[in-house]
Design a binder for this molecule. Structure first.
Ligand code: FES
Length: 127
C-alpha cells in the first residue's frame, strides 16, 4: 500500500464530502473525482404507472434499480450519493415517471428524454 501525503488525504476527504469520491478507472487506476455521481439512463422514455391516493413511493434516481421506475435499494452500492425521490400520490391517477433520470422535475417526465443526449445514449443493458 502506498503511503498518502497529508495533502492527498485532504483531497480525498474533500472529494468524498462533496458527493464525489474514489473512482476506479477502466485501466485499473484509482483516481479522485470531485464530480457528483451521475445517474444512468434506465430507459429512453417515461414509465406510465398507476398511482394510488395516499400511497408512498420511492422513484429511482440513479437508474440502476431493477424495479424501474421505483427504487430497489441498488443505489446504496451502485451509486452512493444518489438518493431516490420519495413522494406521496395526492390522488388516484396515471403518472408518467421519468425513465431517463434526466428530468428537471423528478419524479415526473418533463420531456428531456426527447433530446439527443438521451436518444443517442447507449443503455447499460445494450451490448
Ligand atoms: S423519461 Fe426522463 S424526461 Fe421523460
Amino acid at each position: 500500500m502506498l503511503p498518502l501525503r497529508p495533502a492527498a488525504l485532504v483531497t480525498l476527504l474533500r472529494a468524498a464530502g462533496s458527493g464525489g469520491g474514489l473512482r476506479r478507472h477502466p485501466a485499473g487506476v484509482w483516481h479522485v473525482s470531485s464530480a457528483p455521481p451521475q445517474p444512468v439512463i434506465a430507459a429512453k422514455e417515461p414509465f406510465p404507472v398507476e398511482l394510488k391516493a395516499g400511497k408512498k413511493y420511492a422513484w429511482c434516481g440513479c437508474g440502476h434499480s431493477k424495479s424501474q421506475p421505483f427504487c430497489d435499494g441498488t443505489h446504496k452500492k451502485a451509486a452512493p450519493g444518489i438518493s431516490p425521490v420519495r413522494f406521496t400520490a395526492e390522488k388516484d391517477t396515471t403518472a408518467w415517471l421519468c425513465g431517463c433520470k434526466r428530468t428537471r422535475s423528478p419524479p415526473y417526465c418533463d420531456g428531456t428524454h426527447k433530446g439527443e443526449a438521451v436518444q443517442s445514449a447507449r443503455l447499460p443493458t445494450q451490448p
